[in-house]
Design a protein around this ligand. Structure first.
Ligand SMILES: Cc1cc2nc3c(=O)[nH]c(=O)nc-3n(C[C@H](O)[C@H](O)[C@H](O)COP(=O)(O)OP(=O)(O)OC[C@H]3O[C@@H](n4cnc5c(N)ncnc54)[C@H](O)[C@@H]3O)c2cc1C
Length: 445
């Protein structure tokens, strides 16, 4: 594959999510001498789709974010990742169905996001506002909005990306960063299919008053990434920051809350009549599942109270609604390696993963970092080799995380009796001890 020597090759990015924007920033910062870049997004403006919920960005993701972004973007990181406040532990705690602690990763000590990269702590990371991270990554980006991609056409010397509005654009490389339903992936690798885990998730973002946040902190030993595994194949997860979002007599905090349960329960339940376009109906249904699958106890009461706080939002903004959604993923190693050519997949388009381990956005940012480093080696006629290196490394890393997320999710959907519960308790306590030893050694040296 050769490109004209007297002009810079052009990279076309489709999709201005966290992955596409990280790549755009990185090309401008690290590859500006070698490539032009253009980015296209189907939405008409930044606010069109709700981008909310808290996500966990681990140290590897933070490191890649710093690599990809220029100083003026880095200076705004605290808007999306505010400095830790007292009592905040940016780690995970797992409890059982009645609130007994099973696993608690030791707290890495850092004063701001700027200190995370250099921490010697494998489990370091920070709870991040996903919508604000996207806003920050939009800084200085010249997006062509309202451009819904419907496919592409390859020619001898480049690629045309095709849009729903009848227009098209020519470039040397096309990056499909267009999410789990990517039309670019469907055309390029039609046999790479979405896997449905048979688990239903209901996710909501809520503002919780301080007295409830304090209760959560007690159950989860101040950890901000929180998980409670039930014995009937269900689980809660929540991501919290203790940075007040509203100034009132009692401070309020933003909590992203999810409840997962086996989909078969809804399929086999003849009385299950949920209207997914009606948030009240979804929340009512979720609470009835919680009552069915959880024992009466303080933790169950707390979860029901939290779900009852879910906002019944403006019907115009449907994405704010709590909805039942199937947990799905895409394993890039489930098919033979696809052709290394001008069409490149990045982020969820290549390897969507369920949110149980909080790794999807991290992988999208790491893809942007990796692709940049491979393209740095580009000289005249070796573009294909750069892409080959990227595809091979990206698939291996991401597939590992897809499989880890899938295994963890599926393991939790198994109902356990007394012995199973004991085995789970022992296993998680052993893992807990192991992690604590690793972190102790890492942070001492
Ligand atoms: C509840 C929940 C919690 C999560 N928690 C975490 C976490 O803690 N940590 C973590 O790392 N990850 C987490 N994730 C996953 C993370 O949000 C995704 O992996 C990440 O957003 C993927 O980024 P992306 O840029 O690849 O895709 P997306 O964010 O999906 O962006 C794709 C972009 O492409 C655009 N687009 C789509 N189709 C077209 C088209 N045809 N033409 C043009 N543009 C198009 C979309 O509008 C969008 O802007 C979570 C996900 C969920 C649902």
């Amino acid at each position: 594959m050769e490109t004209s020597t007297n002009k810079l090759p052009t990279i076309l990015i489709v999709g201005a999510g966290i992955g596409g924007l990280s790549l755009y920033q990185s090309i401008r910062k690290n590859l500006g001498q070698k490539f032009n870049v253009k980015i296209f997004e189907r939405e008409n403006c930044p606010e069109e789709r709700w981008q909310g919920y808290n996500i966990y960005i681990r140290r590897q993701g933070v490191t890649s974010l710093f690599y990809c972004t220029p100083p003026e973007v880095q200076a705004r990181f605290p808007e999306a990742m505010p400095d830790p406040v007292p009592k905040e532990h940016h780690t995970i705690a797992i409890i059982d169905h009645i609130g007994r602690l099973l696993l608690h990763i030791p707290q890495p000590k850092f004063k701001s996001v700027y200190e995370i990269e250099s921490l010697k702590h494998d489990f370091a990371g920070i709870i991040t506002y996903r919508n604000r991270l996207r806003d920050v990554l939009l800084e200085g980006v010249d997006i062509q909005w309202g451009k819904k991609c419907i496919g592409y056409e390859e020619s001898e010397d480049g690629v045309w990306v095709l849009f729903e509005d009848g227009t098209r654009e020519f470039g040397d490389l096309l990056i499909g960063a267009d999410g789990i339903n990517s039309p670019i992936r469907k055309q390029k690798v039609p046999n790479l299919e979405i896997f449905n885990l048979g688990i239903t998730g209901v996710n909501v973002d809520i503002a919780i008053p301080k007295h409830l946040a304090d209760k959560m902190a007690t159950f989860y030993s101040n950890s901000l990434m929180q998980k409670s595994i039930g014995r009937n194949g269900d689980s809660f997860f929540s991501f919290m920051r203790l940075v007040p979002i509203e100034k009132s007599d009692e401070p309020c905090y933003r909590l992203s809350l999810g409840y997962h349960y086996p989909t078969i329960l809804d399929i086999e339940d003849e009385n299950c009549k949920v209207d997914d376009d009606n948030p009240e109906s979804v929340i009512k249904h979720t609470i009835s599942r919680i009552k069915q699958l959880r024992p009466p106890c303080e933790l169950t009461d707390l979860m029901i109270e939290l779900f009852s706080l879910a906002p019944y939002s403006d019907p115009e903004k449907k994405n704010l609604f709590p909805r039942r959604r199937p947990l799905r993923d895409i394993d890039p190693l489930s098919v033979p390696p696809w052709k290394d050519d001008r069409i490149v997949l990045l982020g969820d388009a290549a390897h969507a993963m369920n949110p149980i381990l909080g790794l999807g956005a991290n992988n999208a940012i790491q893809d942007a970092d990796l692709l940049t480093k491979e393209l740095l080696k580009y000289e005249n006629d070796n573009l294909i080799e750069c892409i080959r290196q990227y595809n091979t490394k990206m698939r291996a890393r991401a597939s590992k995380d897809v499989q880890a997320s899938r295994t963890t999710a599926l393991r939790q959907t198994v109902s356990v009796g007394g012995f199973g519960l004991f085995a789970r308790y022992c296993m998680l306590r052993v893992i807990n001890a192991f992690i604590n030893i690793v972190v102790f050694i890492q942070t001492r040296t």
